[in-house]
Design a protein around this ligand. Structure first.
Ligand code: CTP
Length: 405
């Protein structure tokens, strides 16, 4: 995903600059071309030699360097990147950016760039909270600059609070998102998708039901991302609070059986994504009257298994070219997901750790791994909306290779 991308990294003068060395190393491992501008203050914390060795590139420091300017002018430096990251972004750098001051190579490149800019602030708590910094922050955000962090915790100055540079994995996920947003999507226009989402409700009697904690956030985000990429999307959803995404045809259902019927009626399609948390069981026979408390103690609920929608679609006469399921697991994630892909007969499985500590179920964030016949690709921790865009990219790439084959 990151291989071949070009990053201009501007290293400001903060104690957290040491973390940036680790960032450079991780990005190089992933094939990112990293060009660094080291500010004068930044060079007090990390050496140009370390930055050059890790980035495997020349380090740029001076605005009026004759050699640097003849090899790579500051305008080209700022334009040849796909994304620009300032880390650590000090209060001083943020102030200069907000005011449009260009008095060194870093600030000049920032003023000259036409590429997405991300900043990862790091400073003392009071400097961060100062009205001047907060006003600069608001100005930068209003101009479309992405702000990563800062994180809270022990600060190098001995105080505790907000002001820490976020950790390297968080910087990497923010960069991945920025690179992704900047990569043109192969066309999905005209293709049809069916997406299931949300929980199902299985009636126990006319007033009670069996349900689960699925919010529908992931399925709805996927339906929205596919529609935004030009697909005709039918979203078949159990009961959720989620708004229907723009451009998506919603079909609301309650039970697993209703969901299956709606999915079969919506076929044929090019793509099926089973993001719903379908209840595994329903009552073996319908109970028409409300169950009453009685002398016999609590009633035994006789359950029977629900149809497996994903498996049915994967073996259907009208099977879509690409069938994608989720594996929500609390242990042995990748083994279970790999086995589930084969058992269900789907092409891809998105393995999802839903242990309560992750907060994935019902939350806004998720950590997915894409399991295909080719292997397992772990995706970074991200919002469900980002994960949906990443999936849309993978799907678009898949269909474009099918077309080219
Ligand atoms: N799924 C489905 N119909 C069902 C159960 C699950 O379509 N009756 C789909 C889900 O939408 C998801 C995938 O199957 O894409 C896996 O769901 P999961 O609940 O993780 O798996 P189960 O089949 O319930 O397997 P297990 O109970 O062994 O975890």
């Amino acid at each position: 995903m990151l291989s071949g991308k070009r990053l201009l990294l501007i290293i400001g003068g903060g104690i957290a600059a040491y973390k940036v060395l680790e960032l450079i190393r991780r990005l190089r491992d992933r094939g990112v071309d990293v060009r660094c501008v080291l500010t004068e203050a930044g060079a007090q914390f990390v050496t140009p030699l370390a930055v050059a060795a890790l980035s495997e590139n020349k380090v740029y420091q001076a605005l009026f360097s004759l050699t640097d300017e003849s090899e790579m002018g500051h305008i080209r430096l700022s334009r040849e990147a796909d994304v620009v990251l300032v880390a650590p972004a000090t209060a001083n750098l943020m102030a200069k950016m907000a005011a449009g001051i260009a008095d060194d190579l870093a600030t000049t490149a920032l003023l000259a760039t036409d590429k997405p800019v991300l900043i990862a602030p790091s400073m003392n708590l009071f400097m961060w909270q100062h009205a001047a910094t907060q006003a600069n922050l608001a100005t930068l955000k209003a101009r479309g600059i992405t702000v990563i962090g800062p994180a809270a915790g022990n600060l190098a100055c001995g105080e505790v609070g907000s002001g820490r540079l976020v950790d390297v994995p968080d910087l990497i996920s923010a960069l991945e998102e920025a690179f992704l947003a900047n990569t043109p999507l192969p066309s999905l226009v005209g293709k049809r998708a069916i997406v299931t989402s949300g929980p199902t409700h299985e009636p126990i009697d006319p007033v009670r039901y069996i349900a689960n904690r699925s919010s529908g956030k992931q399925g709805h985000a996927i339906a929205g991302a596919l529609a935004a990429a030009g697909m005709r999307v039918t979203l078949i959803s159990g009961p959720t609070q989620e708004p229907t995404p723009a451009g998506v045809k919603l079909q609301a259902v309650e039970s697993a059986q209703q969901m299956l019927n709606a999915v079969e009626a919506a076929l044929p399609a090019d793509l099926f994504i089973g993001a719903a948390a379908v209840a595994d069981w329903r009552m073996a026979s319908a109970v028409d009257q409300k169950l009453k408390k009685g002398d016999g103690g609590p009633p035994a609920l006789h359950l029977t298994e629900n149809p497996d929608i994903l498996k049915t679609v994967a073996h259907h006469a009208k099977r879509p070219a690409l069938v994608v399921g989720f594996a929500a697991e609390t242990e042995n994630l990748l083994e279970h997901a790999t086995a589930k892909r084969l058992r269900k007969g789907c092409d891809w499985i998105l393995a999802n750790d839903v242990s309560p500590s992750t907060g994935t179920f019902g939350g806004d964030y998720t950590s997915l791994s894409l399991v295909t016949a080719a292997g397992i690709a772990p995706w970074p921790h991200a919002t469900k909306a980002e994960a949906a865009r990443r999936l849309t990219h993978a799907i678009a790439t898949y269909f474009s290779t099918l077309r080219d084959a």
